[in-house]
Design a protein around this ligand. Structure first.
Ligand code: 0WE
Length: 187
């Protein structure tokens, strides 16, 4: 609420773009069995990783409406659509995020606000470093992705720049895979 109040103050009550990029699950839930996730940490992951988009979109809505429309982009991952070993409760949180993105696209479309998601392949970030088996996963990705190469933050940035621009003026409620084609494969 404070951030959006400051934005309204600084930018004449108008906002064109919003990038939502926040997620969290307890480290102990990104290993072992999903089945064993306790209720409190299940909701913690969904709250921080998915509800935060709903809250941010709701706060952005009046500012974007005042600007005559806007574009919201969130970051998701294939683990919300398929079962990726160890991604566990984060996958459930991403499935919630993906569905929230589509329902927000419907609600906010009324005000010419678009809502989309970028589904990135594994990127070597600070958070990724602490993940067990991330290196093995990167090797498998490089072997199986049609383009046989890793993606980087710049690839996500380019996709976001597109979705946030007027080039994507008729694109809403979609998931744009930036994953060297990995999601298309069955093996
Ligand atoms: O969404 C993610 C990871 C986000 C994340 C990372 C951490 C590490 C530190 C959320 N919560 C935490 N909590 C911490 O304490 N990714 C898409 C990257 C990722 O994470 C994985 C992956 C991939 C890919 C975990 C297991 C398997 C694959």
């Amino acid at each position: 609420e404070r951030v959006f109040a400051e934005v309204a103050d600084l930018w004449d009550g108008q906002l064109d773009l919003l990038v939502h990029s926040v997620a969290f699950a307890a480290a102990e839930d990104l290993e072992g069995r999903f089945t064993d996730t306790p209720r409190d940490r299940f909701w913690l992951a969904v709250d921080i990783s998915a509800y935060s988009l709903v809250a941010a979109a709701r706060a952005a809505e009046p500012l974007m409406a005042a600007a005559g429309g806007g574009s919201i982009v969130t970051m998701t991952y294939l683990g919300g659509v398929r079962a990726v070993p160890h991604y566990n409760v984060m996958g459930v949180a991403k499935a919630t995020l993906d569905a929230s993105m589509r329902y927000l696209a419907w609600d906010l479309g009324q005000k010419q606000i678009r809502v989309n998601a970028i589904s990135a392949g594994p990127v070597r970030t600070l958070a990724a470093r602490s993940i067990a088996g991330f290196t093995t996963m990167e090797e498998m990705f490089e072997q199986r992705a049609p383009l046989h190469r890793h993606i980087d933050a710049g690839d996500c940035g380019a996709a976001a720049a597109y979705l946030l621009s007027d080039d994507a003026k008729n694109v809403s409620g979609t998931m744009l895979y930036v994953d060297a084609g990995y999601h298309a494969m069955g093996m």
